[in-house]
Each structure stands twice: as structure tokens, then as C-alpha cells.
Design a protein around this ligand. Sequence first.
Ligand code: PLP
Length: 406
Amino acid sequence: MADLASIRTPYYRYDLDLLKETVDFASAEANRYGYTIHYAIKANHDPVIAGIIRDRGLGADCVSGNEVQRSLELGFPAQGIVFAGVGKTDEEISLALEKDIFCLNCESVEELQVIDEIAARSGKIARIALRVNPSVEAGTHRNITTGLDENKFGISMPHLKSALNICSTSENLDFTGLHFHIGSQISSLEPYRNLCERVNAIWHEYDIEGYGGYVLNLGGGYGIDYNNPEGNPVPDFRSFFSLFSENLRLPVGTEVHFELGRSLVGQCGRIVTKVLYTKQGIGRKFVITDAGMTELMRPSLYQAVHAIKNISSSGEPETYDVVGPVCESTDVFARDTELPVTKRGDMLEILSCGAYAESMTLNFNLREKAGKVYISGNTVINGKQYHEDDETALISGNGHGYLHKV
Ligand SMILES: *Cc1c(COP(=O)(O)O)cnc(C)c1O
């Protein structure tokens, strides 16, 4: 039996069973109310992970032409693809029209005019939703709020009326409804309750139904438990979806859509990394790993906290700064964190790395792309079933992919 210790570190380790459990639970809870979920593929565009999500019938939420292209290549049906982003290029808009995706989530009046022109020129009808900036506080880190006046996202309230009027007079725009996405890693339901109230008021005040609106897309942003990932691996989708069913007041027949990223995939991934060195500094001890901000930039980008485990040691706890090898002072995974006494060669796991880790990989310092391992007790990959020896892992990295028995 091959063993995982022989694999080159660092690598991403994906637990496909946890992924399936999470997606199945989210789908079941959404289905109670007839809600539709699109997977925000920017969280993790790995083909095996996205493939599992596609197999469960979710749509795809994209924020670039390449993500639209990737989603189509992975077999997400065009009619389940939505496309947001404040800076869509003419080429990206043309691609979306040509592929006839479900909807462009339009973020400004000027973008709306450009979509209208491109649709007219190519003889197409563009299905669009207006992304509204509702001025709702998401209570999350300031770098990941998106629904405040200071944020670049969405059409601000004073311009909604003129955007609606453009939709109703254009022959090439097919208005489907409104889109909201107020931020990410939202860890309480309160912001969503406030969002529901805003949406109810806007829908009524602007007579969205009268303009032909039949889709409300509420975006994503539901958080995961970074502090206790093993105790709380699957987000509480029951409370999440039931909150909307209790608080939304919309005309009968309105479709409610969501775009979930982190909450679906965040807990299914870890980074496995080896300790290269330990070093006594002035007043602190450093653990230097072979993974860095190039594999996980969230801590450097917005002080994100990820739980870290030493899976080689069971010694007495000590306090360390866990840092990467990259030439940036922000290349730090954790400050003043407790680990069992740690030495060169120990293996660490950085938890909750399924979302916004691999997909944000940096090429800085010409670092090599990390490999990955998929773990599952009962895995079907590309239509083939792997179940020998209970656990199998498909390992791919640095352009190679191969199956590896654990
Ligand atoms: C990033 C993003 C999402 C998903 O956010 P999560 O926090 O990962 O759920 C949904 N919608 C839009 C428009 C986004 O940009």
C-alpha cells in the first residue's frame, strides 16, 4: 500500500465524501422551498470538485468569461449559468450571448447599454438581471463586504429606476429580475434577515413584477466555521434556507436563486505541508512550512484565520508563528498559535482550504503549482468507481494525474 507520506508537499487534500454530504444537504434544504442553487465556481474550479457539484444538478455562478467557458466544458448546462462582475469585457459579453447562458447579472447602467448594443449587433436577446447594491451591512471583514455604498459592486439605488427603464424600452434585453450579493463569510443570519426586508421593499416600490421580473437571485456569502472545522464541518443550511422562506414576501411564482461558494466547498479541503525549519526569534518561535501564501493567500489578504494541526507530533503544546517561505512579511498562516512541540520534518494540515485557496494560487517567486489528492471511501471519477481498500485517492499535481491507493 502506497502511503500519503511519499507525496511531494505541499498539496491540497480534498475529502470528496464530505463535499458530497455538504452539497446533498444544501440541495435537500433548498428543494424544500423550490430554491435554485448556482455554485460560485471561483471558490474552487477543480474539475473533480466542480464535477461532483454538477452531477448534483446545481448551476454555475461565474465572474469571468473563462469561468463561463470552464463551466460549460465541465458540463454545467448553459441554462444554469449566471455571470456577474463589474468589469465584463465586450468579448466576455459576446461569449455569454453566443453560449446562451441563463443570465448576465448586470452591475451598471453603462454595462447595460453595452450589453444592449452587443445583443443588437449580433441579433440576440440578452437575458439579464440587475445587480443591486442594497446598502446592507454584512457584518463580515471589510475586505469581503460587497453590498455597501463604498463597494464597487452593483447598481446603486438612485440608478435602479433608469436601469429598469432601459430594460423595458430595449428590444434586445430580456429583464429577468434582481440580483444581490452582500458579502462573503457571513457568519450570522441577521444580515440576511435585513436583506430580505430590503428586497421585499424594493420589489414592491419598484414594481419589479410589473417590469417582468420573476427571478430573485440572492447571491451567496454564507460562512463556514474556521475556528472549529472538525466539530462543525457542514454549515447549517436548514436555518439558512428557512430564514428566506419565512422572511421573503414576493409575488407567487417568483423564482428564488442562490450562489453559494465557500459554504459548499470550504471545509472539504486541507493543505498538507511539511515543516522545513523551526527557528527561535526574539520573543517568538517560528515554524517555517513549505506551503506559503502562494497556496493560501487568505491570511495575507484579509487576516483570515485557519486552524492548523500537527499530525506528526503529540508533544506538549508550544506557541508558534507559522509562516511560509515566500519573500513577503505577510506570508504568515498564524501568529501566536498553539501546536504540539514541532520539529523539522513534521507534517501540518491547514484546515478549511476547500474555498479560495487553490483557486487563488499565486505564481509569485516562481513557486510550483501544488499537487492535490482526492480522498473518498467510495469514489466515482470520470464514471469509474474506485473502492478497493476502502480508501482511494486520485492524485494529480504538476500536470500529472494518477490514482493512488491509501
Ligand atoms: C463570490 C461570489 C459568490 C459566492 O460567495 P461565497 O462567499 O463563496 O458564497 C456569489 N455571488 C457572487 C456574485 C460572487 O461574486
